[in-house]
Design a protein around this ligand. Structure first.
Ligand code: UD1
Length: 344
């Protein structure tokens, strides 16, 4: 058995896929999650895929005493992957303080407790949102950080700064910051996937819910952008590929494979895909039509962004393998499974 890893937000979308890959790689996992945007049934899915039920602690990471007890009850945690966060851009504009508390106090609690309990490293879940609309595409990790367009985006920037300042102050642990582009897809077994609460804000869950008839019509936000078909361009990255990058990052951090105390990597495919291309890929891959209409632009949307993944490719030795075309089919399989289970 390899080292023990604490995964905050481990029953969430990216968290659960990462727990699967960690367990497949031999790590012992402790999940902490307050289930505010996920369900404990996810643990069954993880167990079905890996044959191992991870230790689960239901707790809000804002509760520092509770976290301290978690470390005492689960001795020997060597690394943390910190996913737990609120992530709805629109909601963050309405409820900024909720976002600042949930996304910042939780990180402070973890960073303060790490040296007390001998934790050697933390992988932080950041976002390409820190680049805003980049001046040069594909965007590298050295591109300037742009003013955030939402409190959610601001929390990611502030979190990165908190980690940087803490590491440079000479703390006895390391960190790797991973900037995700747009994670999509579900585990090929369809045992776990994305399960948003209420009306999905993100493109792919809205698309599959429309295809299955839960939503009437998908709105495409704008077709007058400066892109070949006029719709926005993103770098859609398969969630299992993304999860695997975390396992590599944890190993790099804890096995001292790098001299650096802090490293930052873009996690994307390097390929930009438009909203209309994605709808098209879904229809081709599944044979299912998606009713959609073009509406006005969504406030705060970036026109186009895709990653330069060279650093992750060359330094981490990680590459996104799955194509958008294959990935989008895994989401449909997941959506059908949810229907079969009577969930949606
Ligand atoms: C946003 C955030 C990102 C965050 C992610 C998680 C920004 C700039 N981006 O990504 O940081 O990690 O959410 O929630 O803050 N679209 C439609 N119709 C829909 C929904 C989306 O056309 O019903 C379009 C959008 O205009 C966009 C693309 O689909 O062009 C992707 O949107 P979405 O899935 O919401 O992700 P981002 O906005 O890229």
């Amino acid at each position: 058995m390899k080292k023990k890893i604490l995964v905050t937000g481990g029953t969430g979308y990216i968290g659960s896929h990462t727990v699967v890959e960690l367990q497949n790689a031999g790590y012992e996992v402790v999940i902490v999650d307050d289930l505010s945007n996920s369900n404990a049934d996810v643990l069954d899915g993880i167990e079905k895929i890996t044959g191992i039920r991870p230790v689960f602690v239901e707790l809000d990471c804002n509760n520092k005493e509770g976290l301290n007890k978690l470390f005492l009850d689960n001795p020997g945690i060597k690394g943390i992957i910190h996913f737990a966060a609120s992530k709805a851009v629109g909601e963050s504009v309405q409820k900024p303080l909720l976002y600042y508390r949930n996304n910042i106090v939780t990180l402070l609690n973890l960073l303060e407790l790490m040296p007390v309990h001998g934790v050697e490293g933390i992988v932080f879940s950041s976002s390409c949102t820190v680049y805003g609309q980049p001046d040069i595409l594909p965007v590298t990790e050295d591109a300037p950080i742009k003013p955030a367009l939402s409190p959610y985006g601001n929390t990611k920037q502030i979190n990165e700064e908190i980690i940087r300042d803490t590491i440079y102050a000479g703390t006895p642990f390391k960190s790797i910051i991973l900037r995700y582009f747009n994670p999509i897809g579900a585990h090929p077994s369809a045992e776990i996937g994305e399960l948003p609460n209420g009306v999905p804000q993100n493109l792919v869950p809205f698309l599959t819910q429309t295809a299955i008839g839960i939503r009437q019509e998908l709105s495409v936000f704008g077709d007058d952008y400066d892109t070949p078909d006029g719709s926005c361009i993103r770098d859609y990255i398969n969630v299992v590929d993304l999860a695997k990058a975390h396992v590599i990052a944890v190993e790099r951090m804890l096995e001292n494979k790098s001299e650096e105390k802090l490293e930052i990597f873009n996690l994307g495919t390097g390929r930009g895909v438009s909203v209309l291309e994605l709808i098209n890929a879904f229809e081709k891959g599944t044979g299912v039509k998606v009713p959609y209409k073009i509406v006005g632009r969504r406030e705060g949307d970036i026109e186009k962004v895709w990653a330069d993944p060279d650093r992750a490719n060359n330094v981490l030795g990680w590459t996104a393998k799955e194509s958008v075309e294959d990935t989008i089919v895994t989401v449909w399989k997941w959506q059908l499974k949810l229907r079969e289970r009577g969930i949606q």
